[in-house]
Write a protein that binds this ligand. Structure first.
Ligand code: AMP
Length: 214
């Protein structure tokens, strides 16, 4: 099964993704994580992506779709993937639906996390991320241990693009380019709208209930 985790920045996609992928036995593919890995390794792609990420804009569709195409062709993705943060534009969505129809026919399930705008800025600008393993924390709701990441001991910092000015740009990009994707997906996949407000475990239970429906 192919599952798309959809929602604005700060809606909790990353927080829920690993669990969903583990439950379904499919790999978690997050385009943002792949770009950050390239950035850390100093590749050409990382340098290109940084110029967009730092401004809260989308990396161009052609670059992003090529990246996803090669990831989808890896052996572990043969029986499905959980895509997190992709597609993020109408052209990406149309490309993905076409690719899946041609190469991986079968159900496409969309988990759309619904969180009102008023929650998003506080959620993202309070977020702290482990540089080593990517675990996320929140300064008030889930503070990281003083000694570093509770999972791997790595250094926990604020992602550069989680600073408030970039967050506002990311939300504007979402409204302009990503929100319309949902209309495209509704015509081609099963879309579950999930209330993303509340405790992490409550949202997890709503996702599990939606997945049980198929
Ligand atoms: P995320 O970690 O999902 O919040 O993504 C961080 C940044 O990576 C975004 O603000 C974009 O600049 C870039 N990015 C991630 N996914 C995509 C995508 N599907 N299309 C274009 N840019 C993306």
């Amino acid at each position: 099964m192919n599952v798309l985790l959809f929602g604005p920045p700060g809606s909790g996609k990353g927080t829920q993704a690993k669990d969903v992928a583990t439950t379904l036995g499919i790999p978690h593919v997050a385009t943002g994580d792949i770009f950050r890995k390239h950035l850390k390794e100093g590749t050409d792609l990382g340098r290109l992506a940084r110029s967009y990420m730092d401004r809260g804009e989308l990396v161009p569709d052609s670059v992003t779709c090529d990246l996803v195409a090669s990831r989808l062709q890896e052996a572990d993705a043969a029986n499905g993937v959980l895509l997190d943060g992709f597609p993020r534009s109408v052209p990406q969505a149309e490309w993905l639906l076409g690719w899946l129809r041609a190469h991986r026919p079968g159900p496409v399930v969309v988990l759309s996390l619904v969180v009102p705008d008023s929650f998003l800025v506080g959620r993202i600008s309070g977020r702290r991320t482990c540089l080593k393993c990517g675990a996320t924390y929140h300064v008030t709701h889930n503070p990281p241990p003083a000694s570093g990441c509770g999972q791997c001991g790595g250094e926990v910092v604020q992602r550069k693009d989680d600073a408030e000015d970039v967050v506002l740009a990311r939300l504007a990009t979402y409204a302009r380019e990503t929100a319309p994707v949902l209309g495209v997906l509704r015509g081609a996949a099963t879309v579950h709208d999930i209330d993303g407000v509340g405790a992490i475990e409550d949202v997890r239970a709503r996702i599990a209930a939606a997945l049980a429906l198929g």
